[in-house]
Write a protein that binds this ligand. Structure first.
Ligand SMILES: NC(=O)c1ccc[n+]([C@@H]2O[C@H](COP(=O)([O-])OP(=O)(O)OC[C@H]3O[C@@H](n4cnc5c(N)ncnc54)[C@H](O)[C@@H]3O)[C@@H](O)[C@H]2O)c1
Length: 243
């Protein structure tokens, strides 16, 4: 399949987990991918495995200057067609144990990182006549979740920024949508105990975790022209958690 032939995408947090699954599928479907992450060894290993159409670039999404380098590196592969703001951090803690530093760490990576991504990539997509941006939010931005005030605050912000950016960029041919996964089987869930993860899984109507590949399928749909009439939308992929 060559849905993304000669199209170039930038994926933050692409060294592992959901971002890595998106990179694999994009390359398999003919696309070119810049994976940008703070995990240099894993990012470089994935790029080497995926071949010439995948390049790794170190990027801390909280650093505006580093975004400029990442965009330039992506454009060396080809004109950018889209961005996935996928990088994120999650540390569940009860309200009375969240320090200001921990709260602000979530804000910097999950919220400011997405803002900086929109700001760095939108003008480039505009120059190319348009494109697609997908922001990874979470089901916690559709309803509440225990012990996650910092994470929840930032994922609601991602949902809100998606709508603000979608409206602002619609006249420039740029679509912006958010994806809201339920619990997905990646290293991010290792911050919880196996017992907590088991309990969480039992709360999912489908009684299982989602896979990174299932989320990648939805992200690629939104990146593709098949989603040409979609902007500002929020799509849950959560095994029925919303029921
Ligand atoms: N796994 C889940 O259950 C789940 C559920 C809902 C939403 N999400 C969201 O999906 C996205 C991907 O999560 P995942 O499950 O693959 O997690 P993960 O922890 O496996 O991957 C996150 C990636 O982001 C990178 N990252 C962290 N801080 C960064 C920074 N400052 N700059 C650049 N990269 C940085 C990490 O190095 C890592 O590669 C996140 O935004 C997460 O909040 C995940």
């Amino acid at each position: 399949m060559s849905r993304f032939k000669d199209k170039t995408f930038l994926i933050t947090g692409g060294a592992r987990g959901l971002g890595a699954a998106q990179a694999r599928r994009l390359v398999a479907e003919g696309g070119q991918v810049l994976i940008a992450d703070v995990l240099q060894e894993q990012g470089q290993a994935l790029a080497t495995e995926l071949g010439a159409r995948c390049v790794f670039q170190p990027l801390d999404v909280t650093q505006p200057q580093a975004w400029q380098h990442a965009v330039l590196a992506a454009e060396r592969l080809g004109p950018l067609s889209g961005l996935v703001n996928n990088a994120g951090v999650y540390r569940p803690l009860p309200l009375d144990q969240v320090t200001v530093e921990e709260f602000e760490r979530h804000v910097r990576v999950n919220q400011t990182g997405v803002f900086l991504g929109l700001q760095a990539v939108a003008p480039v997509l505009e120059r190319h006549g348009g494109g697609s941006i997908v922001n990874l939010s979470s089901t916690v931005a559709l309803r509440s979740a225990p012990n996650s005030i910092a994470y929840t605050a930032t994922k609601w912000a991602v949902r809100g920024m998606t709508k603000a950016a979608a409206l602002e960029l619609v006249g420039k041919g740029i679509r912006v949508n958010s994806v809201h996964p339920g619990p997905i089987d990646t290293d991010m869930l290792l911050v919880r105990t196996p017992e907590d993860n088991h309990k969480r899984t039992q709360q999912v109507p489908m009684k299982r975790l989602g896979t990174a590949d299932e989320v990648a399928g939805l992200v690629l749909f939104l990146l593709s022209d098949e989603a040409s009439y979609m902007t500002g939308s929020e799509l849950a992929i959560d095994g029925g958690c919303a029921l």
